[in-house]
Design a protein around this ligand. Structure first.
Ligand code: UDP
Ligand code: MG
Length: 223
């Protein structure tokens, strides 16, 4: 689909695919526990955890020309253009010394999915899907708010308020679920019941990584 994204390092976008880093996409609604579980997976299995949401938030703080646009999109729960997000992800991957990445919260829509595949030629090893009811996700997200001070979320996130949370749910079901369906039809989705306590969820998550015969390792093999 011809999206123009600058090569993140001295090689070409093509060279990244030739070196074949292992990429696992981690998807699930807002509050489904992606970030928490990715931190556990990174620690136990030696992956580098890259949250596209965190990279976008960092970009808004960096004073870059896109910062204001990104901040306004995020405040509304809207999906930032694939070009911007992919550029940040590829830069972070190139800067890492690792060859195994958890992409947390990416790709969030069909455009990002197709553009990432087009630019990098990388297919995810699998897609981890944290399935959770909206009721539970809403409870968790609102739990990040200070008691009596709902305008000041403990998370410090401008999008952890009830109006934006509802918009994020809508965007998830309209735009992100089709990405999960795409990978389901290719047998790549590993679904986790994410409505349980953190430790229990991690036990289920572990099984998918152990069966992949993962060992903790760091190397620069793909650079
Ligand atoms: N976002 C985006 N593209 C991405 C990831 C995040 O546009 O690939 C934006 C989007 O506005 C989203 C917000 O960043 O609502 C927060 O994303 P994050 O993954 O941090 O939070 P989650 O909604 O999963 O809790
Ligand atoms: Mg997150």
């Amino acid at each position: 689909m011809g999206i123009a994204v600058d090569a993140p390092n001295k090689g070409t976008n093509g060279s990244m695919a030739e070196k074949k880093p292992t990429v696992v996409f981690v998807l699930g609604g807002p509050g489904s526990g992606k970030g928490t579980q990715c931190a556990n997976i990174a620690k136990h299995f030696g992956y580098t955890h890259l949250s596209s949401g965190d990279l976008l938030r960092a970009e808004t703080r960096s004073g870059s020309e896109n910062g204001t646009m990104i901040r306004n999109m995020m405040k509304e729960g809207k999906i930032v253009s694939a070009k911007v997000t992919i550029k940040l992800l590829l830069r972070a991957m190139a800067e890492s010394c690792n060859d195994k990445f958890l992409l947390d919260g990416f790709p969030r829509d069909e455009e990002s999915r197709a553009a990432f595949e087009d630019v990098t030629k990388i297919e995810p090893a699998f897609v981890l899907f944290f399935e959770c009811s909206e009721e539970e996700m809403e409870r968790r997200l609102l739990g990040r708010n200070q008691v009596g001070q709902p305008s000041v979320p403990l998370s410090g996130r401008e999008d952890d308020n009830i109006e934006t949370i509802r918009k994020r749910f809508k965007v998830f079901s309209e735009s992100s679920l089709p990405v999960i369906e795409h990978y389901k039809s290719r047998g790549k989705v590993r679904t986790i019941d994410a409505g349980r306590p953190i430790e229990e969820v991690f036990e289920s998550v572990k099984a998918f990584f152990i069966s992949k015969n993962e060992v903790k390792s760091h190397c620069c093999a793909w650079l």
